[in-house]
Ligand binder design. Structure first.
Ligand code: GDG
Length: 733
């Protein structure tokens, strides 16, 4: 039976070493563990991650004990050293990726040794994963600590399905491009078959970086990457709604005994009947906007002095990453601010801010959620923010108001909250005033809509949707690979070639025999290619012909002293036995009219240029901004449409090029001249471009037609790239 493997930095277990080396293992109750329950605990799943104990703290016997406990919980541990944690976790993950992806560029370190540790540790994870999985298994990798892992797994196990989910934002291209190892990071992520983000914005930012940095083809939300199609989608993570709702119900039951914290909260409420609670809960992290929130609260008290002694901000800041200097600084700043504001406003009976710097048990979290009138959740950047959703789930009477930052992913779903820009103190003050005076009816109608969404799209549903989508990627891949040029076809082709008496090999040049270069003139034949092609000159009964959109002069220059056949200018000219012959008689007077139009596109689209050939004009946009180029190609097509029909011209969409040429010329017509001339019993045709489709269409049924690349084609088979083409030709020599 196929397995499902979940991989995250930490295992969903808290393991502690007690006295006498006794182990205490407590399962984590976080959102992720809940969402994964159906695939992990109940299904045929294994969770891989770090146990939380470094190698240095484990001797051989303790390690055995730990591993056996981990195994009981259907987990497998990745061993990490103190140095790994220092450089990969506290270093690269939390001092590079975390700040950069949250737009804190000034906090971002680009430390090469940390990057190397990140690579090394991702490989440690890959080794354990590869050792655990078999073909047909499914792997789901989580979060920013493991961005390189998908490609590392795929390289060794191409037949497993890999999903990846990023829990934090993916930044805009302008931020991501500053990252020194950007290509490698993206390539690491592209080992996945499905990439998931919380919101459409993160998805679109990621795709933009893939297009601009890796220059890959992206259609809607699918990336063509060699022989694979990678799907990218957004899956907003939900919460365990019932758990929070039921806990709140129980809490509100008068029979339930009150916690110490609740008693303290109650005394506050009794101080004055009309006093209100404003709640904020976050990890103490600079992305959560805590100092800013405190300052905004001060601004609010000054702007609306009538609230003095009537409201209280209850702030829970959960200690986090205290080994990273910025977090230590944030702690000092928060302490100081709370002290200053409490000093400034407090009276004998009122302290405006209650500040807890600790983590609380779940029951106390519910005390806070249920006792508050307003939740003030105002991160400056946040992938999703589950606290906002949990607050909503605990409002069993549907009262209460959520004030939420637009910069939290959750704001995309929670439109009925009061959404604010966390950088505007006026927004804060107005929203707080509105929340504190909101009629109960409006509170209820808003809360009802918020709850409806969260109740339906829970964390289980989120995991289910992701898995469904991940399984569907297999079907996409099957379509892509159905035409794959596999070993069986290759062997048959070689056998047919060997026994044939009269062979034709028809090869496109750019993208087929050589890779693309930014400037077409740089894509000259190399030594290896010459020797490969020359080999066919010596073979008996073998007619080799290169067929290209290149002009006659260029080919004459490159292959002038060779004896093989050439067809140039998309089929205008043919050279056989060193004699050039014009296959078509063409007019060129239209060129003078079209040239200025193309020139205006060059002027307005940096990175593009015109190639002037004898019988055609080509506008190349390989190095232009891909998004701008997409707009301009549509614009150019529209402009050209009316002009070309009057002049019997056609517009060809090549690989990052638009070419205008006479309509009655194409590679298919030219190739046909060869097909009919001889009674071939073996024909091999290879090409990568849209214009090569004419050849595939015109080819006799017995021909082997091979498309280079994995896009839709009329060819019978598809092959990866020029390297593979050369390997095949080598085998025919
Ligand atoms: C990352 C992304 C994204 C908090 N304090 C206590 C406590 N919590 C629980 C909350 C909530 C969770 O921790 C915090 O989740 P958030 O989503 O708010 O924030 P991050 O930790 O930054 O999480 C974030 C998330 O991943 C999921 O993808 O939403 O954007 O940054 O569940 O209830 N729980 C207990 N005591 C506490 O003191 N028991």
């Amino acid at each position: 039976m196929n397995k499902t493997i979940i991989v995250s930095n930490r295992l969903p277990l808290q393991i502690s070493i007690e006295e006498n080396d006794e182990l205490k293992v407590v399962p984590s109750v976080g959102g992720l563990a809940t969402g994964m329950k159906s695939v992990h605990a109940d299904g045929n799943g294994i969770w891989i991650g770090w146990s939380g104990i470094t190698d240095e703290d484990l001797d051989e016997s303790l390690e055995k004990k730990v591993n056996s406990k981990i195994k009981e919980a259907k987990c497998r541990a990745v061993g990490l050293t103190e140095k790994d944690i220092e450089d990969y976790y506290l270093g690269f993950s939390n001092r590079t990726l975390w700040p950069l992806f949250h737009y804190f560029t000034e906090y971002t370190d680009f430390e090469k040794t940390h990057w190397e540790a990140y690579r090394r540790v991702n490989q440690k994870f890959a080794d354990v994963v590869v050792d655990t999985i078999e073909d047909g298994d499914t792997v789901w990798v989580h979060d920013y600590q493991l961005l390189l892992l998908p490609a590392m797994i795929k390289a060794q196990k191409p037949n497993v399905t890999i999903g990846f989910f990023l829990h934090i934002p993916f930044p805009s291209y302008e931020i991501f491009r500053t990252f020194p190892w950007r290509e490698e990071l993206l390539t690491g992520m592209l080992g996945s078959d499905l990439l998931g983000f919380h919101t459409y914005d993160y998805e679109r930012h990621f795709l933009s970086s893939v297009k601009r940095i890796l220059r890959l083809d992206v259609k809607f939300n699918e990336i063509s990457y060699y022989d694979r199609i990678i799907k990218v989608d957004s899956f907003p993570m939900g919460i365990d709604y019932e758990k929070f709702y039921n806990a709140a119900l129980q809490h509100n039951d008068p029979k339930t005994e009150k916690s110490e914290l609740q008693k303290r909260l109650d005394t506050h409420l009794n101080e004055k009947d009309d006093k209100k609670f404003i709640l904020s809960i976050d990890r103490l992290d600079y992305t959560k906007g805590i100092p800013n929130r405190i300052r905004a609260f001060e601004y609010f008290l000054n702007a609306y002095p009538e609230y003095k002694e009537k409201v209280r901000l209850v702030m829970l800041a959960v200690p986090s990453r205290s080994g990273v200097p910025q977090y230590q600084k944030l702690k000092r700043e928060t302490d100081e601010l709370v002290g200053r504001i409490n000093g400034q406003f407090s009276t004998v009976s009122w302290t405006p801010i209650w500040y807890f710097y600790r983590s609380l048990p779940f029951e106390n979290l519910i005390d806070l959620y249920t006792s508050s009138d307003v939740a003030l959740i105002t991160p400056v950047r946040d992938g999703m923010n589950l606290v906002a959703k949990e607050y909503v789930a605990t409002r069993t009477n549907q009262d209460g108001v959520l004030i939420l930052s637009e910069m939290a992913g959750a704001s995309k779903e929670l439109n009925d909250a009061l959404l604010i820009n966390p950088n505007s103190f006026d927004d804060f003050a107005t929203a707080l005033n509105r929340a504190l005076t909101m009629p109960l009816e409006e509170q209820k109608s808003r809360m009802k809509i918020l709850q409806k969404r969260l109740k339906r799209y829970t964390v289980e549903k989120w995991a289910e949707e992701f898995f469904k989508s991940l399984e569907a990627t297999n079907q996409v891949q099957e379509v892509v690979v159905s035409k794959k040029f596999n070993v069986t076809v290759e062997n048959q082709l070689i056998t047919d070639f060997k026994k044939a008496k009269n062979r034709l090999i028809l090869l496109d040049y750019d993208g087929t025999l050589v890779g693309f270069k930014d400037n077409p003139q740089d894509a000259k034949p190399d030594k290896e290619l010459y020797s490969l092609l020359d080999g066919f000159e010596e073979q008996e009964n073998t007619n080799l012909c290169l067929i290209s959109g290149r002009d006659k002069e260029t080919f004459e220059n490159w292959f002038g002293n060779k004896t093989y056949d050439l067809i140039t200018d998309h089929g205008v000219w043919m050279r056989q036995k060193n004699e050039w012959e014009a296959l078509e008689r063409l007019k060129t007077d239209w060129m003078e009219n079209i040239k200025p139009i193309l020139m205006s596109f060059v002027d307005r689209t940096p990175g593009t240029f015109i190639e002037i050939k004898k019988y055609s004009l080509a506008w190349h946009y390989r190095t232009a901004d891909p998004e701008l180029a997409q707009v301009r190609t549509m614009e150019l097509n529209t402009v050209l449409t009316s002009m070309v029909s009057n002049n019997e011209l056609s517009v060809l969409q090549g690989n990052k090029v638009i070419e205008i040429k006479s309509s009655n010329v194409n590679k298919g017509r030219a190739a046909n001249q060869l097909f009919v001339k001889n009674d071939y019993d073996f024909i091999l045709i290879m090409g990568d471009d849209w214009t090569d489709e004419y050849m595939f269409e015109a080819a006799p049924e017995m021909a082997y037609t091979l498309k280079v690349g994995y896009v839709k084609t009329k060819a019978k088979y598809q092959i990866k790239g020029p390297e593979k083409v050369r390997e095949l030709l080598q085998k025919l020599k």
